[in-house]
Design a protein around this ligand. Structure first.
Ligand SMILES: *Cc1c(COP(=O)(O)O)cnc(C)c1O
Length: 377
């Protein structure tokens, strides 16, 4: 039996007619950039995320970059975030000449730990602490970060909050949607995200009318009106084709999310009955709506061996992320070293993502658990 990590073909078959119809309409119109499909998607996403506004952008990475630019982050500023995330979170900070400052994560959820943020800020010299302008909590794997204490710390230190919600569309914390809690919420439509386009794309949410205007102006090179520039932005525009496809998929997102949650529940039940609970740790649902962009198990022993064995058995699995950002070569000049963020380093060495996409069958999930059992057998 083959169990790929992700298979988008079944999903496509279920929406193929709608996608082809809208694609043809856009081809006939020859109107490709921004425009009515993007505006429609912005209204739909704002509503879905219970945010006042949304601005379609060229990717999740560009959403982060644009939000940081709209927040006025630049050379000499510092931005706090987690080292256990996709590269773009900290990469966007560095690209603006600002300095990423890392804080460690919580061991069960892999999200940034509020106590660690406090400890890092408290240990900084006063001048450095004053240069910290923002914090980017990441809602990793589809589960919200511990936002109440994060927002409290942000208020105490006058930091803007940019939610990296690239993996967390529709995820909730205490009844609030990802992207609606901070000053900006950044989402990605990369095909492997829960709501993916047919190419790159993303969107930024905000509850502030002023920030919404700034985002829209910086999205088109800072031109306002067109060809008159009082600020320097970039080309962060979203394509009509991507917006139209994402709008179609959004109608089915809750149904697909429910299927992911059902798959996660089946994994948990089977892992328990197989007696594997002492060998592998299943994800903990600490917040109230985990959307399972990834189903990540923690494997204290022989993680790489298990990965190789599963791949040989025809099961797709992946290590997110093998090297935490504070140990990446490109960030060597930040001065971090091994041991600085032990929880992140442990996660990088001991976690494994298993297939959890909506169309997985019960037999496939049972096969994955059976092979894990065979490995540790
Ligand atoms: C995917 C992802 C991004 C980047 O999104 P792109 O659309 O690929 O640019 C940023 N942060 C996190 C946590 C992600 O998972």
């Amino acid at each position: 039996m083959q169990v790929p990590l992700l298979d988008l073909k079944a999903q496509y078959q279920s929406i193929k007619a709608e996608c082809l119809a809208v694609t043809e309409k856009i081809y006939e119109s020859q109107y490709f950039i921004l425009g009515p499909y993007v505006e429609q998607l912005e209204a739909e996403i704002a509503e879905y995320c219970s945010s006042a506004y949304a601005v379609g952008v060229s990717s999740g990475t560009d959403g982060l970059l644009l939000s940081l630019m709209a927040a006025g982050i630049g050379p000499g500023d510092r931005v706090m975030t987690t080292p256990y995330t996709f590269f773009a979170t900290a990469g966007a900070v560095s690209r603006l000449g600002a300095i990423p400052v890392f804080a460690d994560i919580e061991p069960e959820t892999y999200n940034i730990a509020p106590e660690s943020i406090e400890a890092v800020l408290a240990a900084m010299p006063a001048a450095a602490r004053r240069s910290v302008k923002a914090i980017i909590p990441v809602h990793l794997y589809g589960q919200c970060a511990e936002m109440a204490p994060v927002l409290e710390i942000a208020e105490k230190y006058h930091l803007l909050v940019i939610e990296d919600a690239a993996q967390a569309i529709g995820s909730e914390y205490q009844g609030k949607r990802a992207g609606a809690m901070g000053d900006f919420g950044c989402f990605s439509f990369f095909p492997s995200k829960n709501l993916g386009g047919f190419g790159d794309g993303g969107i930024v949410t905000t509850n502030s009318a002023d920030r919404y205007e700034t985002l829209k102006i910086l999205r088109v090179h800072g031109g306002h009106p067109k060809y008159y520039h009082s600020a320097i932005g970039g080309n962060f525009r979203l394509d009509a084709l991507q917006a139209a496809i994402v709008s179609i998929k959004l109608k089915y997102l809750d149904q697909w999310t429910a299927a992911r949650q059902k798959n996660a529940a089946q994994y948990k039940a089977l892992i328990e009955t197989a007696g594997l609970s002492h060998m592998i740790r299943i994800p903990i649902e600490k917040q109230n709506r985990h959307i399972y962009n990834q189903f990540v198990i923690q494997v204290p022993e022989k993680r790489d061996g298990l990965r190789d064995f599963l791949i040989q058995s025809g099961i797709g699995c992946e290590i997110y992320y093998p090297v935490p950002l504070h140990l990446q070569q490109c960030f060597a000049d930040l001065g971090y070293g091994p041991g600085d963020f032990p929880v992140s380093e442990y996660a990088a060495g001991h976690t494994l993502a298993l297939p959890v996409y909506p169309e997985l069958s019960e037999e496939q999930i049972a096969f994955v658990v059976d092979r894990i059992k065979a490995f540790y057998g």
